[in-house]
Design a protein around this ligand. Structure first.
Ligand code: FAD
Length: 383
């Protein structure tokens, strides 16, 4: 039997709740296709200790503030509650268990093949997450290692690692927080840091760091970094004293140019300074018992947690689309604007000094306005 077919003005792949709400406000029909069975599926999977690193005021989706009794940095479960209430408030039409396997542009329409249905739409918004696929580097000797190796996306809590020697690989925000979680629950924690880094505090003088990023968003990167450098030196100290290498440029340049968020410190630096977390160089190779690092040092570990990030990989389902839309790694070349393909938008792929959730809100409003301003060739008798 052929798959059931549906038509809509706009199809959203992935979370895309903000786009759905903005389209709803503009009375534009939209179906959201979600591969999992629940709202906020990525946040359900993340580790238990996780709280937003960005403050709630600057992490809102359009038209719905966080509840007043939430703390400034909501927990993972509070964020899930917030997303669930968002779906209810705007009565979004989400179809679960609908993993999109291909999306192509044919006869002036988008044809979207999901797990068990086929959809046609004038517009296609891809919001499948910048953190779509865990990035899993490999090293020589990895198969010999007798301990556990897992990606940070598989780490839930420290239970399995009490009293164990654990190496966390990567100095991003997941790695930094997982190191704290492990240390708080009795693991011996080390961090493998391959490259030079920047560190910023979550707040400066009681002001969320994101508010400062927003305030400086119109400044050229080098000026913003020059203003911030002496303040960060006082707030964070000299990180090179603790085995870390400092990037030759500041955090604003790092975010805007490298599209990489520096460590937003929520306590990792204190553990490093106190010698409670040991810093190692990047990994050269694994042995049966542990790791040989690039600087020749060697250490034994029971487990290695790869906090090595994610890749967007939109090219897994976006077939027959010009390579001008995404790069060779499947990273969209734009976010929040109509691409060179008619009716195709990405939402949530822009790494900004002003916070990703906040940017998603702005992008969603812009996308809805762009879609609302167009003629509608597909009939408005939507399913
Ligand atoms: C550990 C961690 C902490 C973070 N903390 C913050 C923070 O404090 N502040 C902040 O602003 N940002 C933070 N971020 C970034 C954060 O992920 C985004 O801000 C936000 O969750 C992105 O939402 P999204 O809808 O774009 O993607 P996601 O939340 O990743 O949702 C994508 C959805 O798409 C679905 N999907 C994927 N592929 C398909 C397909 N082919 N078919 C159908 N459905 C599909 C997935 O199942 C998923 O539900 C953090 C990210 C991580 C990993």
């Amino acid at each position: 039997m052929p798959d059931p077919q549906f038509e809509s003005h706009t199809i959203v792949i992935g979370a895309g709740l903000a786009v759905g709400a903005c389209l709803k406000q503009a009375n534009i029909p939209c179906i959201i296709l979600e591969k999992s069975d629940r709202v906020g599926s990525a946040w359900h999977r993340h580790y238990d200790r996780l709280h937003l690193h960005t403050d709630k005021k600057n992490s809102e989706l359009p038209f719905l503030p966080y509840p007043i009794d939430y703390p400034r940095y909501p927990s993972r479960s509070q964020l899930i509650e917030y997303l669930e209430s968002y779906v209810q408030k705007f009565r979004l039409d989400i179809r679960f268990h609908q993993e999109v396997v291909s999306a192509r542009y044919e006869n002036d329409q988008w044809e979207v093949q999901a797990q068990s249905s086929l959809y046609h739409a004038n517009n296609l918004v891809i919001a499948a997450g910048r953190n779509h696929e865990p990035f899993l580097p490999t090293w020589p000797g990895q198969d010999l290692f007798k301990g556990t190796i897992l990606h940070s996306s598989q780490y839930k809590n420290s239970e399995l690692f009490k009293g164990k020697k654990v190496l966390v690989v990567g100095f991003g925000n997941s790695g930094g927080e997982i190191a704290i979680d492990l240390w708080e629950h009795g693991s011996q924690v080390s961090l493998a840091v391959r490259s030079a880094v920047n560190v910023i505090p979550r707040e400066l003088f009681g002001v969320p760091i994101l508010s400062i990023g927003i305030l400086q968003s119109k400044l050229p990167s080098y000026i913003a970094d020059a203003i911030n450098a002496p303040i960060l030196r006082v707030a964070i100290g000299n990180i090179t004293k603790f085995g870390l290498r400092k990037l030759p440029y500041g955090p604003i340049t790092q975010i805007r140019r490298d599209r990489h968020i520096p460590l937003i410190d929520i306590g990792t630096m204190k553990l490093i300074k106190n010698g409670q977390v040991t810093i190692y160089d990047g990994i050269k190779e694994f042995t049966e018992e542990g790791i040989i690092f690039k600087d020749g040092k060697q250490a034994q570990f029971d487990a290695v947690i790869l906090a090595t990030g994610y890749r967007p990989r939109v090219n897994t389902f976006l077939t027959s689309v010009s390579a001008m839309i995404y790069d060779e790694k499947g990273r969209p070349l734009s976010s929040g604007y109509e691409t060179k393909m008619p009716g195709l938008y990405f939402c949530g792929y822009y790494v900004a000094t002003t916070g990703m959730l906040r940017e998603i809100g702005f992008e969603a409003k812009r996308i809805a306005a762009s879609i609302a301003g167009k003629p509608t060739p597909i009939s408005q008798s939507f399913v």
